[in-house]
Design a protein around this ligand. Structure first.
Ligand SMILES: Nc1ncnc2c1ncn2[C@@H]1O[C@H](COP(=O)(O)OP(=O)(O)OP(=O)(O)O)[C@@H](O)[C@H]1O
Length: 391
């Protein structure tokens, strides 16, 4: 566990960048520091590995006061990942990743074998080892940065805006990889970001800081969305937080049997109802309308791919989104990627209505502002209703 005890940093006297911050980052968890620019996130992070010394207060790692440990040793023992990866441009990927194990006195052979192992762990094939950072994309460089931080097998890793310089698609992949790696390795991670969505996706616990380095709220993501402590946090957490909180809720939703058609098979049905097409293994591929296919075999060109697909044990948000985004109004759900059936928006909503929320309450029995079961069919953006669309 990392414990910050009344930690203050003043770069200029009387103007704290971090003000009396007390915070515990639990072992084996991801703790995220988030907040607007200049609120002291990076300063807080860098005080943990003594790249910046606190003006007052103490920082303990597993009970040991970091002030008692040599700063150089602390930095070698703690993985550190920064924006733009910070790789040595004149060293190959392999030598970049070997740096800290070599500094720790490992033999060249052992350091190299460890470097290859962690490069594989972050999803970089073997031939990347010989390249130079300039020959990699931003996302790949960031993966090398993560591999380098993991190379010495640290129990603590600090990450400062690690993904903010890569494009949104690469960023999602990197976020998923960090979640997977952290789950596998159990590393204690403290991560800084200004992106609240990233904080909510990655954090077991999220610390929201405000200007002057003051802690506004320290909570689980679900609690942050459900119970922002004040207007500042509510504004920062942003709109749609009721909907986004459904990401953290799971409940059994009725799954209806769906009789799919198979890609490549002749279309043997008629009319204009939506049918789900699957491949030979039963993986959903998209929706087709028999009248558009005619007598031809069902091909990729006939597919409408608008809808999202949810795992059968996925969050209420993913199940509702599958139903709302499906052109048929039937949300596709899968088990291990194979079609399990379909769900209906009104049934997901009625489960949401009665499911316990993260704070233990349920929507039923509140002021009755929200009553999907009793209301008219939900209008779709084109003016029809999901009831009509379902046919
Ligand atoms: N070396 C420094 N000397 C003087 N002031 C500094 C120094 N480093 C940071 N500050 C100031 O301390 C405050 C906190 O900075 P810090 O970099 O920790 O914030 P941050 O939340 O990480 O910001 P950002 O999201 O913009 O990176 C800011 O007002 C900044 O200008």
């Amino acid at each position: 566990m990392i414990r910050l005890e009344s930690v203050t940093k003043e770069y200029a006297a009387g103007q704290p960048a971090v003000d009396n911050l007390t915070l515990e980052a639990a072992s084996g968890e991801i703790t995220v520091l988030v907040g607007p620019s200049g609120c002291g996130k990076t300063t807080s992070l860098r005080m943990i590995n003594r790249m910046i010394e606190p003006t007052s207060g103490r920082i303990l790692i597993d009970g040991q006061d970091t002030a008692q440990v040599s700063a150089a040793k602390l930095r070698r023992d703690i993985g550190y990942v920064i924006q733009h990866a910070g790789l040595f441009p004149h060293r190959t990927v392999l030598h970049n990743v070997m740096t800290v194990p070599r500094l720790n006195g490992w033999s060249r052979a052992r350091a190299e074998s460890r470097a290859r192992e962690v490069l594989e762990l972050v999803g970089l094939p073997g031939d990347f080892a010989r390249r130079y950072p300039g020959q990699l994309s931003g996302g790949q460089q960031q993966r090398v940065g993560v591999a380098r931080a993991l190379a010495a097998d640290p129990s603590v890793m600090l990450m400062d805006e690690p993904f903010s310089a890569v494009d949104p698609i690469a960023r999602e992949g990197l976020q998923d990889d960090i979640l997977r790696l952290q789950g596998e390795l159990g590393t204690t991670i403290v991560l800084v970001t200004h992106d609240i969505d990233e904080a909510i996706k990655l954090g077991h616990r999220v610390a929201v800081l405000r200007q002057g380095g003051l802690l506004a709220q320290f909570s689980s993501p679900a609690d942050l969305l459900a119970h922002p402590v004040d207007d500042f946090v509510a504004d920062f957490v942003g709109r749609d937080r009721g909907y986004r909180a459904l990401s953290f809720q799971q409940a059994d939703v009725p799954v209806h049997t769906e009789e799919p058609v198979h890609l490549g098979d002749p279309m043997q049905r008629h009319g204009d109802e939506w049918l789900l097409a699957v491949d030979a293994e039963g993986r959903p591929q998209g929706w087709v309308v028999p009248a558009e296919v005619g007598d031809a075999p069902i091909g990729l060109e006939h597919l409408h791919r608008g809808g999202t697909v949810a795992a059968v044990d996925g969050s209420l948000r993913s199940l509702l989104d599958a139903a709302l985004s499906s052109p048929s109004g039937r949300g596709v759900v899968t088990r291990d990627g194979i079609l399990a059936g379909t769900v209906r928006a009104e049934e997901v909503l009625s489960v949401i209505q009665s499911a316990p929320r993260p704070d233990g309450t349920s929507i039923q029995g509140t002021d009755g502002e929200f009553d999907p079961a009793g209301s008219d069919p939900v209008p779709a953006p084109d003016g029809t209703s999901i009831e009509q669309e379902r046919r």
